[in-house]
Design a protein around this ligand. Structure first.
Ligand code: PLP
Length: 369
């Protein structure tokens, strides 16, 4: 049995039935830029998240960058982010002239609220909690902390779509949040795509102008801007896939339960919290991130069994890239977990038999049969 980490061909085949007719429909109308499919998708997604407004942009990195600009972050401002994140979060801060302040994570691998508090200086302007792996950060605590210290909160929700904390959707806690529709994300398009989500009419208006050369609704240039629009074709694809998002998340949650039950008792592994009902957290399992002893040997063993795994961010936290212009806080927990973390196959296209094969292979490796 071959189990690749992510099987794009399988994704494509399983969605063909509802995505391809939609493509044909858009192509037959030659509707390419800022058309109805985009406007409709923005409304549908806002409803799904329970947010006022969604503005489609070119990708998830642009989404963070534009949200920072719209929120008024300026050159020299410090922006607190976790070091356990995609380089994109730091890139966005850097390209508004800000200083990425890299802080530690908690035991659940999410940004640590005490570490945020410790990193606050007179220059701190904003904080970007990143809802990694489909798991919400301590967003209520972080919101309170931010309010107390006059900081702007922008959630990087590229991995958190569909996750909730005490019933409240991730992506609705700050002044804005951002999404990525990279193909392997929970809601992925067939290329690059992203969005800014907000409950602020003012931020929504600014993002709409920024993404389209500073133009207002009448097409008049009223401010400086860029070109960062979500393609109408991609919006149509996303719109057809959005109808299946809830069931995809349910499937991921059931596979996560299977992993948690199947790997219980293997003391060399630390698992994420299982997707139990009735708890404060509703995780959408964008990824299944574990901590494993003898990680390199385990990965080799899995590869021999035909099972693909990957390391988060190819194995390096942001501070390990040694880029100039960052401020690095105490990262002891991040450094500790980065020797152990890895991602097991996790997506809605996997079968129970495949997940079972992964579990068996891991148990064999640790002689826990
Ligand atoms: C995927 C991702 C992004 C941005 O993705 P794009 O490839 O630019 O769409 C940003 N942050 C995190 C945490 C991500 O996982």
């Amino acid at each position: 049995m071959k189990i690749p980490f992510y099987d794009y061909a399988r994704m494509n085949a399983s969605e063909k039935e509802y995505v391809w007719p939609r493509l044909e429909d858009v192509l037959s109308r030659s509707d390419f830029i800022l058309r109805d499919d985009l406007a409709q998708f923005e409304i549908e997604l806002a409803k799904f998240i329970d947010a006022e407004e969604v503005v489609g942009v070119a990708n998830g990195t642009d989404a963070i960058w534009l949200a920072l600009i719209a929120a008024g972050v300026e050159p020299g401002d410090e922006v607190i982010i976790p070091s356990h994140t995609y380089i994109a979060t730091a890139d966005a801060v850097r390209f508004v002239g800000g200083i990425p302040v890299l802080v530690d994570c908690s035991d659940d691998h999410s940004i640590s609220p005490p570490a945020i508090e410790e990193a606050i200086s007179t220059k701190t302007r904003a904080v970007i909690p990143v809802n990694l792996n489909g798991h919400a950060c301590e967003l209520f605590t972080i919101s309170d902390l931010a309010k107390k210290n006059g900081l702007t909160v922008i959630e990087d929700n590229a991995q958190g779509l569909g996750a909730r904390l005490m019933g409240k959707s991730t992506g609705t806690f700050g002044i804005a949040s951002t999404l990525s529709f990279y193909p392997a994300k929970n809601l992925g398009c067939y290329g690059d795509g992203g969005a800014v989500v907000t409950n602020s009419t003012e931020i929504g208006k600014r993002i709409r102008q920024l993404r389209n050369h500073g133009r207002n609704d009448e097409g008049e240039v009223v401010t400086w801007g860029f070109n960062s629009r979500l393609d109408n074709l991609q919006a149509a694809i996303l719109s057809s896939k959005l109808l299946h998002l809830e069931s995809s998340i349910e499937k991921r949650r059931s596979l996560a339960s299977q992993y948690c039950e199947g790997l219980a008792g293997v003391e060399q592994i630390k698992l994420p919290a299982p997707p139990t009902q009735g708890t404060d957290y509703f995780d959408s399992f964008q990824n299944f991130e574990i901590e494993a002893e003898n990680r390199e040997e385990l990965r080799q063993h899995l590869t021999k069994d035909g099972i693909g795994t990957i390391l988060p961010w190819a194995g390096k936290a942001v501070h390990e890239f040694d880029l100039p212009g960052t401020k690095v806080m105490d990262l002891s927990n991040t450094n500790k977990i980065f020797k152990k973390i890895m991602l097991l196959p996790m997506n809605q296209y996997l079968t129970n038999d495949e997940v079972d094969a992964v579990i068996k292979s891991i148990r064999r490796f640790y002689r826990h049969e």
